[in-house]
Design a binder for this molecule. Structure first.
Ligand code: PEP
Ligand code: MG
Length: 582
């Protein structure tokens, strides 16, 4: 039995068998020699692994085309082409023949040369194709080694996915029925992969450093997403203890479920709006099941992922209309395309940058590609007559961007009016406040919009200069840093002065202790992963507004993030001890 500690990013406990997705060194093979008479066998083995990989990729492409649509499956056509690369295949053959080495070794040397060559090329598009080549190469290697692996899409048994890293698009492709938890070597608490684990309600621990190397396929594991603990090969006593914990977790969830139809109201009648964050429309049943009063953040960029083309206006319109209708008359805030950072789109030829989180992304990209931006705005506007839609822009850093975005919106409205296509003339427009400069000019920005939504995930990363996906500095990523509380207070005060409503849609709002602080600071709306709603509602219903205000003003007197965190958690524990029962 071995216990590893990482960063807990999605709560709950899971006990099951490991499925290694990819480890960092799957291409490192030590050199061994074969006898000359074994050469033909190695060549056949390599050919067979190519054939097997090809048929796997055809299978995946077909399944994706059936389940999600042809446009998403095209990405695998590019993968298939790599398998036809004669130079690569011939290089492997000659290495086997000339050096008397097994196919795995020959392939590993040749493919590493390819990775290296692609990384040197001065063409950003080709550089990015390395990820596709790695994906195919990993499959070939697994087939050569005879490793039993399943794609994350068609699993037969329940598994715990273990990987060096998981991209948001890989996470999006997971078979939600069978992946019961995941654990990765790298990643931070507000990486989009972590956020998706929460919305899929599967326990997850990231930042484990070497888990993908310590675990083998089929190993028994426990993932404790509450504490960030992973136990490999647990003994029966430990399994029993965690089994009990898993049951208690389910009991608490069932108990909290009773609050579903009650308002998020303090003991003295102050009401807050509790809404949910989604990445995909198929999360809506879970949003409704958890009693959300609407959607406060629809991360529309996921609609653009895992496909080789851009969604057309009509396709987007249908998707937004579907969301609007399912939620109506409850509000849905659609955030316009927020690509970049850790979210990449295969369909767009965007160069890799040195600092992707601070680069050509989100509203900056949209204002440069008005064709893409306007198609999305038109789609949102057209869908707005089917429900209660609002829209907001990500990554606003100055008032000019906001005015320019609103200008494109006005053009889109004008076009629709001229074409006599109906839309909600009063659609509310908001700005995300997630860059410190936006906080400091929030009095100015407030004149241009109807609401603010504070994106604490990015606000923390930009204010504290802490990359949100880097596990090495995750200890510095402090939502309770006094600077963060001051920035939030400043923004809320400016929103109040301008008489516009203000919410928080970053992960901070889904933490019940932080929710009390935000309530006390005067926030109007909290938007979070659906599963987090019941606990936050429980906390809000356990205090008076005055108590929450006192908690907030006391918290602002402390000098360190740790003190504020401990103070807020102690306050929460005092009013809702049941949330803490071990
Ligand atoms: C945020 O930055 O807090 C936010 C809600 O947006 P995202 O996590 O998608 O960057
Ligand atoms: Mg953000």
């Amino acid at each position: 039995m071995e216990t590893l500690h990482g960063i807990p990013v999605s709560p709950g406990v899971a006990i099951g068998k490991a499925l290694i997705l990819h480890s960092e060194d799957s291409f490192i093979v030590s050199k061994t020699e074969i006898r000359p008479d074994e050469i033909p066998k190695e060549i056949v083995r390599f050919e067979e692994s190519l054939t097997k990989t090809r048929s796997e990729l055809f299978g995946i492409r077909k399944k994706i085309a059936q389940d999600i649509g042809h446009e998403h499956s095209d990405i695998f056509s590019a993968h298939l082409l790599i398998l036809e690369d004669r130079t690569l295949i011939e290089d492997v053959f000659s290495k086997i023949k000339n050096e008397n080495v097994p196919a795995e070794y020959a392939f590993s040397v040749v493919i590493q040369r390819y990775f290296h060559a692609f990384a040197q090329i001065d063409d950003e598009y080709l550089k990015e194709r390395v990820a596709d080549i790695k994906d195919v190469a990993r499959r070939i290697m697994q087939n050569l080694r005879g490793e039993k692996k399943d794609s994350l899409m068609h699993l037969k048994d329940e598994v715990i996915v273990v990987s060096h890293d998981l991209s948001p698009s890989e996470t999006a492709m997971m078979d939600r029925e069978h992946v019961i938890a995941f654990a990765t070597d790298i990643g931070g608490p507000t990486s989009h992969t972590a956020i998706m684990a929460r919305s899929m309600e599967i326990p997850a621990v990231v930042g484990l450093d070497r888990i993908s190397k310590e675990v083998s396929n089929g190993d028994m594991m426990i993932i404790d997403g509450n504490r960030g603990i992973v136990v490999i090969d647990p003994d029966p006593l430990t399994i029993d203890r965690y089994g009990r914990e898993e049951r208690r977790f389910v009991e608490l969830v069932t108990e909290l479920d009773k609050l579903k139809t009650l308002p998020a109201e303090t003991l003295d009648g102050y009401k807050l709006q509790l809404v949910a964050n989604i990445e995909f429309p198929d999360e809506i049943p879970s949003v409704i099941a958890h009693g959300a009063e609407g959607i406060g953040l629809y991360r529309s960029e996921y609609f653009y992922m895992n496909r080789t083309d851009l969604p057309l206006e009509q396709e987007q319109f249908e998707a937004y209309r579907n969301v609007a209708e399912q939620l109506a008359p409850k509000p849905v805030v659609i955030r316009t395309l927020d690509l970049g950072g850790d979210k990449f789109l295969s369909s767009l030829d965007i160069p890799q940058e040195m600092n992707p989180f601070m680069g050509w992304r989100a509203i900056r990209f949209c204002l440069a590609r008005v064709d893409i931006f306007k198609a999305q705005l038109r789609a949102i506007l057209r869908a707005s007559v089917y429900g209660n839609l609002k829209l907001m822009y990500p990554m606003i850093s100055n008032v000019v961007e906001l005015r320019q975005a609103n200008q494109v919106l006005e053009e889109a409205k004008k076009e629709l009016r001229e074409a006599k296509i109906p839309f909600d003339e009063k659609i509310q427009v908001g700005a995300m406040i997630e860059i410190p400069s936006a906080v400091l000019i929030s009095d100015i920005l407030a004149h241009e919009v109807e609401f603010f939504s504070i994106g604490t995930n990015d606000l923390i990363q930009y204010s504290l200069a802490v990359d949100r996906v880097n596990e090495k500095i995750a200890y510095l990523y402090e939502p309770t840093h006094p600077a963060i509380l001051r920035l939030i207070r400043h923004t809320i005060d400016n929103a109040k002065k301008a008489k516009i409503w203000i919410g928080v849609c970053g992960e901070m709002g889904g933490d019940p202790a932080m929710a009390l602080l935000l309530l006390g600071l005067g926030i109007n709306q909290l938007s979070m992963s659906a599963f987090a709603l019941p606990k936050v509602k429980r906390a809000i219903r356990a205090v008076t507004f005055k108590q929450a205000q006192e908690i907030a003003s006391r918290a602002l007197e402390f000098t360190t993030g740790e003190e504020i965190k401990r103070f807020a958690e102690a306050k929460l524990k005092a009013v809702t001890p049941e949330l803490f029962e071990e």
